[in-house]
Design a protein around this ligand. Structure first.
Ligand code: UD1
Length: 422
């Protein structure tokens, strides 16, 4: 398998442009199934997860084509197969959105339980609770979830945990239900809002996305549309951490600054300079690290607008060289510390006690061969390898390819010494 060879210790400087949001794209592509016509999706990231969804939709009978600028046109009218097998979804968490979209459109779906990063139990009980509340019969057998309904009817649903996946999935199914659905204790992440905006662009009525209560008036006939996906909050945050970690000065273009408030606040607390700007065409962030070692900071991962769990791992790599003790509490996923043994092999001093990590900052990390265990662990190892002087190799980069568009090219353009070895 391919790996990265990284010569760290170099200051990153220059401009990087953020791609479309992975987690929005992975919901919006399945949501096209709800349309009665073709949809054009712009600002899609060119990442493996998008290509996997393209293959799945094509195998189901949809027509999927890319325009020269990388936009994706999806025409769902040819879909005849509502079954999605495990070999199609083994690497993809977001395959569960096919359940809500197919159920909403055709009243039937049979989907293999989703794959994706191993960062905790990741049950889908809230998705199932929501579909059942809408009147679907849902069974889980032999690793497959089957949902069927002669008629979906809107309902009031209270989510027991704040979950992005279930919030979006219930929205998708509710668009196909008759009458009003109310989702209480909904997730408020930027991609939840983006999916709602896309559904509304197709003619749906989804109100309240971005708050705790989402109201969907279902049963409308949806039409095709063109839609541009929001910039990726997590990719932007990763480059912000990278700028800080290399004592760099990086302008990060194509961002929505409010989506980055939690990471900006923590970087500023760590002594990093973060400036928001608007060049007249788009917003940007400029991140400049003026001191060699960051100040220690404490982080609790929380649903949006709290600190995102997806940036906990890259941030821990940065804090491993902080001038003092930092504490991280991972509240979202119980096993999201698989990057820690790798950081320790680079000299980091990190103790894990349940959901709490104590990071006793060391002056510097040393280069090492590293193995990514999941997507954001991979991002953390890239941060660590770019900080450490000498040559590191980052293996298992298939995980990173799932979620970061042109990582190597973007990093090289801002001065990183990174090459991919096939
Ligand atoms: C999505 C993102 C992932 C991100 C996460 C949290 C995608 C494809 N993935 O994952 O990158 O880290 O949001 O922002 O968008 N839970 C239940 N029952 C359920 C569903 C979830 O108990 O039915 C729990 C989960 O185990 C977890 C928490 O709720 O502890 C949040 O999960 P959720 O927000 O659903 O995350 P994902 O959709 O899996």
């Amino acid at each position: 398998m391919a790996h990265y060879v990284i010569n760290g210790g170099k200051r990153l400087e220059g401009v990087v442009t953020i791609s479309g949001a992975k987690n929005a794209a992975l919901a919006i592509i399945p949501a096209t199934i709800l349309a009665g016509e073709s949809c054009l999706l712009e600002n899609l990231p060119s990442i493996d997860d998008v290509r996997t969804l393209e293959c799945i939709l094509t195998r189901m009978g949809a027509t999927v084509a890319f325009t020269p600028d990388g936009s994706m046109r999806v025409d769902p009218r040819g879909i005849r197969d509502y079954n999605v097998t495990f070999d199609m979804v083994r690497s993809l968490r977001a395959s569960y959105y096919l359940l809500g979209a197919l159920l909403g459109r055709y009243g039937y779906a049979k989907i293999a339980l989703p794959g994706g990063c191993m960062i905790g139990q990741r049950p889908i009980d809230q998705h199932i609770k929501g579909m059942r509340a809408l009147g679907a019969t849902v069974t889980v057998e032999n690793g497959m979830v089957t949902a069927r309904a002669d008629k979906l009817v809107g309902a009031e649903i209270y989510l027991d945990v704040v979950t992005v996946g279930a919030t979006i999935n219930i929205m998708l199914a509710a668009v196909g239900a008759t009458g009003q659905t109310i989702i209480n204790n909904a997730a408020k992440e930027p991609h939840v809002v983006d999916v709602a905006n896309f559904l509304n662009m197709m003619g749906a009525s989804v109100k309240g996305a971005g708050t705790d209560v989402i109201r969907v008036m279902g049963g409308r006939t949806l039409h095709g549309c063109s839609y541009a996906i929001i910039p990726d909050q997590i990719e932007a945050g990763t480059y912000m951490v990278l700028a800080a970690a290399t004592g760099g000065d990086v302008v990060i273009n194509n961002v929505i600054p409010t989506h980055l408030e939690a990471i900006s606040a923590k970087l500023m607390e760590a002594g990093v300079k973060v400036i928001e700007g608007d060049d007249g065409r788009e917003f940007f962030m400029r991140v400049t690290a003026e001191q060699i070692r960051p100040r220690p900071v404490n982080i609790k991962t929380l649903p949006y607008p709290g600190f995102p769990t997806d940036l906990q791992q890259p941030m821990m790599a940065l804090l491993s060289v902080a001038d003092g003790n930092s504490y991280i509490v991972e509240n979202i996923f119980e096993e999201r510390y698989n990057h820690v043994p790798e950081l320790r092999r680079m000299g980091a001093n990190i103790e894990i006690n349940g959901r709490m990590a104590t990071i006793d900052g060391v002056p510097k990390l040393s280069a090492a061969p590293l193995y990514a265990s999941d997507l954001r662990a991979g991002a953390a190892l890239i941060v660590a390898a770019l900080m450490a002087e000498g040559e590191s190799q980052v293996h298992n980069i298939g995980f990173i390819d799932r979620g970061y568009e042109y990582l190597e090219q973007k990093l090289r353009a801002i001065g990183a010494d990174i090459r991919r070895v096939e």
